[in-house]
Design a protein around this ligand. Sequence first.
Ligand code: ADP
Ligand code: MG
Length: 244
Amino acid sequence: LRLFKSRERVEALLQEATAKELSYTDFLDQVLTEEVASKTAKHVTMRTHLARFPFVKSLESFDFGYQPSLDKKQLQTLSSCHFIEHGDNVVLLGPPGVGKTHLAVGLGLKAIARGYRVLFTTAAGMITALTRAASEGRLEDRLKVYTVPRLLILDEIGYLPIDRAGATFVFQLISRRYEKGPMILTSNQSFGAWGDVFGDRVIATAILDRVLHHAITLNIRGNSYRLKDKLKAGLVKPVEATTT
Ligand code: ADP
Ligand code: MG
């Protein structure tokens, strides 16, 4: 019956139940509660592994005090994963180091805890994989890899230039997920600059049109967390003072 936890624990639980004179119901409840908890933990571990996160960091470990432009309440609302049920997208915009990937992973972990399948990929990684698949005649299969998971996290849109073929692949993927497959997208570029990111205004507009139709956008303005200690020591200047 694959009740591995029960097999491991049944002797001890029986002894405990005898000593405490538990009712049959309470005993059964205890055995099954432990079995379910163990199975859930295993599924979470497996799905976390399959999600291919670059690191595993929770929303709870995010220091909102360091990023006051972020609304903690809004993230708490998102962590309930209603956006996934509604098929909404979440877009995280902001300069490097402000925690976009951390937040995307944190939300991905919440989704996994709720039983959703999640896949994390960078835009560049996905485009490379789709390009290779297309050249080997396996584009359909590869597109499925990115459409099947309930939540797709597409990280780092805008760090690397995307050629026309790459932009077409992204468009194909976004069209397939449109209105049924929620995504979390992150970018260091404002929407206005996505024309340059995708090297084609028409495709960029078509992509944005679909992404933003049902989307929650969070603009993170602030200093890189990677520079936190250097800022403290006065080795670098804060963002406010160096940008206009
Ligand atoms: P981005 O994706 O925006 O470039 P990351 O999410 O990769 O930034 O953040 C860079 C590093 O700093 C990561 O290790 C991340 O966990 C950490 N970090 C960023 N912001 C915070 C924060 N507010 N609280 C805790 N850790 C943070
Ligand atoms: Mg990142």
